[in-house]
Ligand binder design. Structure first.
Ligand SMILES: [Zn+2]
Length: 283
């Protein structure tokens, strides 16, 4: 199955939904690191949630989800842009074991989750998500509830090779004559099994859940792995650490080698590159 994001609508209703299913992009994220199984699954959930949230926004730019903790998992981050390009990473405290069936709450021990929106034009926005519950889906649903945003429910599923999710959201613009619709749809969606989200096609999932409703579908969008790192961005990072620090590293190591933590691409800067970098900056 290709990696997709499929939006769906219920006819004459303010409720809309999204299905995300990823495999190849997740494989590209996971193949660059040796993560424990539980972390592989959680990364799948993070990436899926990130695509689902991006899909609900009219955002030209990127959205990231970043958790920081004090347990076995010290950091997990996923990012998605409006082209549905994703990347993700996890950092672990090697001294603490990751139990195979540990929940996100147990792995973080104590921590926080931050949603960041970075529009290409305009203000950056950050929302802090309280860690109430055990899973990422719990956290995000509570976030929507507490920040008084649109009624939103989400379901996430992941194994070591694939991840999938479904999101339902009620838009405020229209009045729904069918007053039970939201609770009915939530109830029926609640019956979806993780295996179904992972194994069935989006058409099959929609039929399985909503065959009594009138569902319409725009064309599915593809999701892919892509790292946004660049030589220019890496150079900017060097400028921010300062010329003296760069000169020190050059004196010690001959050149400066920086690896992108997401895709492992190595950027090399020699003495001439560094001289040019700071010369340019002075003008
Ligand atoms: Zn990269």
């Amino acid at each position: 199955m290709p990696d997709i994001r499929q939006r769906f609508y219920f006819a004459n209703s303010p409720v809309r939904g999204e299905i995300v299913q990823i495999q190849q992009s997740l494989e590209q994220i996971l193949s660059r690191h040796a993560y424990p199984i539980v972390i592989q699954r959680l990364l799948g959930e993070f990436v899926t949630a990130c695509v689902l949230l991006t899909a609900t926004l009219k955002l030209e730019g990127r959205l990231s989800l970043q958790a920081r903790g004090k347990g076995a998992l010290t950091m997990m981050m996923a990012e998605c842009n409006h082209h549905h390009q994703v990347r993700a990473i996890a950092q672990l405290n090697e001294e603490i074991d990751c139990a195979d069936h540990a929940t996100l709450a147990e792995l973080l021990a104590e921590g926080l989750l931050v949603i960041t929106l970075e529009p290409e034009h305009g203000q950056r926005y950050q929302g802090i998500v309280e860690l109430t519950g055990k899973t990422l889906a719990d956290y995000l649903e509570n976030y929507f509830k507490q920040s008084e945003q649109l009624p939103t429910k989400l379901w996430l599923a992941a194994n070591e090779t694939q991840a999938a999710g479904l999101l339902l959201q009620a838009l405020p613009q229209q009045h729904d004559e069918d007053t039970d619709r939201w609770s009915r749809l939530v109830q029926v969606t609640q019956t979806v099994k993780a295996e179904e989200l992972l194994a069935l096609t989006s058409d099959e999932i929609l039929y399985r859940l909503y065959h009594e409703e009138e569902v319409t579908l725009p064309e599915a969008q593809s999701v892919s792995f892509s790292c946004t790192c660049s030589r220019e961005g890496t150079a900017n990072a060097l400028v921010s650490i300062g010329q003296a620090e760069c000169e020190d590293i050059l004196a010690e190591q001959g050149d400066i080698r920086l690896n992108c933590q997401f895709c492992h691409h190595e950027y090399v800067f020699n003495a001439a590159d560094i001289r040019q970098l700071f010369a340019v900056k002075l003008h």
